[in-house]
Write a protein that binds this ligand. Structure first.
Ligand code: ZN
Length: 501
């Protein structure tokens, strides 16, 4: 008998559908919607989030989970049924802590805040974003009060994105990285002249940039019959099903990197979404284990592969054919060095691999202190600039290049940023494990062949969807917990060669 389990699957399937429809509205908001539609879109998002939250936390859902737990008591831990009920229980207990009116208000406020942020960033006007941000932070404090925490209020928000992650965990991860990263960046900066990145700063027509990047990600394995790419202010990936995955990018006609590596990056997220086992489609188990694991996939294809020498031995002649006027006299070696230039810079999404985590440290410390009440909203620019000076040695000349650059606060994503650093560490840890299992992977990459690597990610990470908690998944895939050793070794080896350290 599995009557309750079947009823639970059907009910949660409806919640998933509502969530996916909401994601479609949000995708539209960022890619197609005329600016005048902001208020109506905010209403749509509010209604959808209210409906899905109400269904998710209804007493009936709780009763079905309790009954289904008895029905699957003898099912194996890894089975679809046991996993579904386990994940449903976790989600239910978490969602019940938040009243529906708070969830709906957060959706409405953040939908409006998106437009405020876009305008504030465009006009470099932080003050114009302060009212929205203040409102969002008030709602976040209410959320924290509902959820509770043991040590730091920020822990309640980190847990939204990476189960069980605390401010203390993030602090110790960054302390470990800082010891090696700061001297490495310093040594590289002292040899800044060793790399000339002028080859990537030329005029590159948008249509050709797009065609080349999409050709590469098709070869990676991003399936355009189950996905598409559009333009947005801030690149992202979203999905409405494993068979409908949307990635976005932005183009700079005078700089090759943003759209090229942005597309590689988002395709990594996209392939993870497309790779859930077909049996998980339409269920709460479809999709990724956590943002950190998600980011490991995007950083893998963007950097570990997309900025590697073997990759470009195959693709550089094709890029030269695409942009003969710009690149025919630039050697492979010079191009490889140009795309890997390390330079403290203002914009996180355009940062090189060596300084990237320093950008995250800035955001983590500012967020933690805003949430902890140590920094007032109006003082964020000052605090941001001071941290930027401390970690990157540079102060952004405008807030658009500083604290207004990222979309996250406008959608209430406090606690999100540390998952980027987790993704960096995991990208190398997972790659190294895949190569240990299949030593020919680097040679295959040099032939433009990615199926072994993607296959390993598929069977060890993607197919599981959200069945396992991130710590559990990484342990299963790599045989050890997340560690920074592999990542730091990778960075040191790569940049010692490029900069002759
Ligand atoms: Zn990402």
């Amino acid at each position: 008998m599995s009557d309750s389990l079947d009823a639970l699957k059907s009910r949660l399937g409806d919640v998933v559908s509502l969530t996916n429809i909401q994601a479609l509205v949000e995708w539209d908001q960022q890619t197609q919607m005329p600016p005048g539609a902001a208020a109506s879109k905010a209403r749509h998002v509010e209604v959808l989030s209210k409906l899905s939250h109400e269904m998710e936390v209804a007493d009936e859902t709780g009763s079905l989970i309790a009954a289904a737990e008895k029905e699957v008591a003898s099912a194996t831990y890894d089975s679809f049924d046991a996993s579904l009920v386990r994940v449903a229980r976790r989600g239910y207990d978490r969602a019940r802590k938040l009243p529906t009116d708070l969830v709906a208000e957060m959706s409405r406020v953040t939908a409006m805040a998106h437009e405020d942020w876009v305008k504030a960033r465009q006009n470099d006007d932080f003050a114009a974003f302060v009212p929205s941000l203040t409102k969002i932070l008030e709602l976040k404090q209410r959320e924290i009060a509902c959820k509770g925490y043991k040590e730091h209020p920020y822990d309640a928000l980190l847990d939204n994105f990476e189960i069980g992650l605390t401010a203390a965990d993030v602090d110790s991860m960054f302390s470990e990285l800082r010891v090696e990263l700061v001297p490495l960046v310093k040594a590289i900066t002292e040899r800044a002249d060793a790399v000339d990145d002028s080859p990537v700063h030329q005029e590159f027509p948008e249509d050709k940039q797009r065609a080349f990047a999409e050709m590469v990600v098709s070869k990676y394995g991003f399936d355009f019959s189950r996905g598409r790419q559009d333009k947005s202010v801030h690149p992202f990936c979203t999905s409405f099903s494993r068979d409908d995955v949307r990635i976005t990018t932005r183009f700079d006609p005078n700089w090759l990197n943003p759209a090229l590596f942005g597309t590689f990056h988002e395709s990594g997220h996209g392939m993870y979404e497309q790779g859930s086992d077909p049996s998980l489609e339409g269920t709460i188990l479809c999709g990724g284990a956590s943002l950190g694991v998600h980011e490991s996939q995007s950083r893998l294809w963007e950097n570990v592969i997309g900025r590697s020498y073997p990759f470009w031995t195959h693709f550089y002649p094709k890029l030269q054919e695409t942009f003969p006027g710009q690149l025919k006299d630039v050697s492979l070696d010079a191009f490889y060095r140009a795309i890997n230039k390390v330079e403290p810079s203002f914009i996180r999404v355009e940062a090189d691999e060596a300084t990237y985590n320093l950008h995250i440290m800035i955001r983590f410390e500012v967020e933690r202190d805003v949430i902890g009440g140590k920094i007032a909203v109006k003082d964020i620019p000052e605090a941001w600039n001071a941290k930027s000076k401390e970690y990157l040695g540079i102060v952004p000349p405008t807030n658009a290049l500083g604290c207004l650059q990222d979309i996250h606060w406008s959608f209430g994503g406090f606690g999100y940023f540390p998952t980027y650093s987790i993704g960096n560490l995991l990208s190398v840890q997972l790659y190294d494990t895949a190569v240990k299992a299949h030593p020919a992977i680097p040679e295959e990459i040099a032939d433009g062949e990615f199926s072994t690597l993607l296959g390993w990610m598929r069977s060890n990470i993607h197919v599981h969807g959200a069945k396992y908690e991130p710590k559990e998944l990484i342990m299963r895939a790599t045989g050890e917990p997340m560690q920074s050793r592999s990542y730091m070794k990778y960075l040191k080896t790569k940049y010692s060669a490029i900069y002759g350290l």
